[in-house]
Design a protein around this ligand. Structure first.
Ligand SMILES: Cc1ncc(COP(=O)(O)O)c(C=O)c1O
Length: 416
């Protein structure tokens, strides 16, 4: 009999059945153990199945599980205050959503309602979520040719990445500034969508020059465009600060969060903005039936507590620095490793056919992911040339070393 999966596997990159997970380890249904260098793609950042978070949720389940959009559960208010407390004080108004794409959709609607403009500027080959509008914002041709309505309200710029260019970092920034200003000076763009200096979403881990956020903030302010900072991937300590915006101390008009917010225990996202912008929210329709379930808030509150109590971002700076050093020590001279880059604990290994041309090498990249998996190391790649390394932020040194050893050996042993 032909076995048919009820969950259609081609909808996602399903590699194995997960049976158990704890800390930085996963186990499949045959009992095989894997070291996790993905954190479920940047979600279970405090380690899989943290008991404190599970306990917070289970005690909330016994109290109240739902608050519809006409109510406010105490825990929602408590979480909003806790989040506000760690953000710049101007960011004081929150919408309650279930995840990243919804937070970004809320942000886009609000920016249009506030500015009265329709155009949205994003960067090619970035990712802000899986609905049509967000796919249009982070434009990637192959994803959109058959489903896009060719809406000219979306404008795109090349991301100022400092690897695939012949310019130095200062020149990249200057060139970017000119390109951005040429678009914004028409004064018809409602918002720019950006991440905090690294592309986490699409997986390329392209790093922008230092000063990127400062330039985007200055020019958006100058031309009456809102800055929407997507911190779905960079938020909650991943880059070595509690939030990526702290690297250049800028305050966006709107910031969005999801992913690591509740450590994968319950769905939650947030769009946070300034009061004067939130005041126009009515025409933007910012409800969400399942936004901020009390159980999700319980998980998010406990997650934030752990970040603060353990100063996770400081640990990330140290571990990220160590990882970068180890990878450079072992792989810098490898003929197919074109670049080792990243911020905090999002690191990218960029595989190339040769270092001069920097031609991408997807066949090798995918082969490495597969071989590492066979050897018990779970990795993800961007299906082009980059393996993105995002271990749990709390990974123990000996587990990290074991994982790096597997990775280095697989890379050294493989040729396509
Ligand atoms: C930077 C970024 N923004 C937004 C999203 C969308 O979040 P969600 O999958 O929760 O809708 C993602 C998801 O990968 C992301 O990486």
């Amino acid at each position: 009999m032909v076995h048919r999966h009820i969950i259609y596997t081609k909808f996602s990159a399903w590699r194995f059945k997960i049976k158990d997970a704890c800390g930085s380890y996963l186990w499949d249904d045959k009992g095989k153990q894997y070291i996790d260098f993905t954190s479920g793609w940047n979600v279970t950042n405090l380690g899989w199945n943290r008991p404190e978070i599970a306990e917070a949720v289970s005690s909330q389940v016994m109290k109240n599980t739902y608050a519809s959009m006409w109510f406010c559960d105490d825990l929602q208010e408590k979480y909003a205050s806790a989040l506000h407390h760690v953000l710049p004080k101007e960011l004081d108004s929150c919408s309650r959503v279930t995840g990243g794409v919804e937070a970004n959709e809320h942000a886009m609607k609000l920016a249009r309602a506030y500015t009265g403009r329709k155009k949205i500027l994003g960067f090619y080959e970035t990712y802000h979520g899986n609905n049509l509008s967000m796919l249009e914002v982070g434009y990637r041709k192959e994803w959109l040719t058959s489903i896009s309505s060719d809406n000219s309200d979306y404008i795109h710029l090349e991301y100022p990445n400092i690897y695939r260019t012949d310019l130095n970092e200062t020149e990249v920034l200057h060139d970017f500034e000119k390109r951005l200003e040429a678009v914004l000076e028409n004064e018809d763009v409602a918002a720019v969508f950006a991440e905090s200096g690294i592309i986490s979403g699409w997986g390329s881990a392209y790093v922008a020059p230092t000063g990127f956020l400062t330039v985007v903030r200055r020019l958006t302010e100058k031309y009456g465009t809102l800055l929407i900072l997507d911190e779905v991937g960079t938020g909650f300590s991943r880059t070595g600060k509690l939030f990526g915006m702290k690297h250049e101390n800028i305050v966006p008009d709107i910031v969005t969060f999801a992913k690591g917010m509740s450590n994968g225990v319950a769905p939650i996202g947030a769009m946070v903005t300034k009061e004067k912008i939130a005041e126009v929210a009515d025409p933007a329709n910012l409800q969400s039936t399942f936004g901020w379930l009390p159980i999700s808030c319980a998980a998010a509150l406990e997650t934030l507590k752990i970040h603060e109590k353990e100063k996770i971002w400081e640990r990330v700076q140290k571990t990220g620095h160590y990882m970068m050093g180890e990878l450079k020590k072992h792989l810098q001279d490898h003929p197919n490793v074109g670049d080792i880059r990243g911020m905090g604990m999002i690191l990218g290994l960029d595989f190339v056919k040769d270092k001069k041309t920097k031609q991408k090498y997807p066949e090798l990249t995918e082969k490495i992911v597969l071989h590492a998996w066979k050897k018990g190391l779970h990795l993800v790649c961007d299906h082009e040339s980059v393996i993105q390394l995002m271990p749990p932020l709390t990974i123990e040194k000996e587990v990290l070393d074991k994982g790096i050893k597997v990775l280095v050996n697989v890379i050294k042993d493989l040729r396509v």
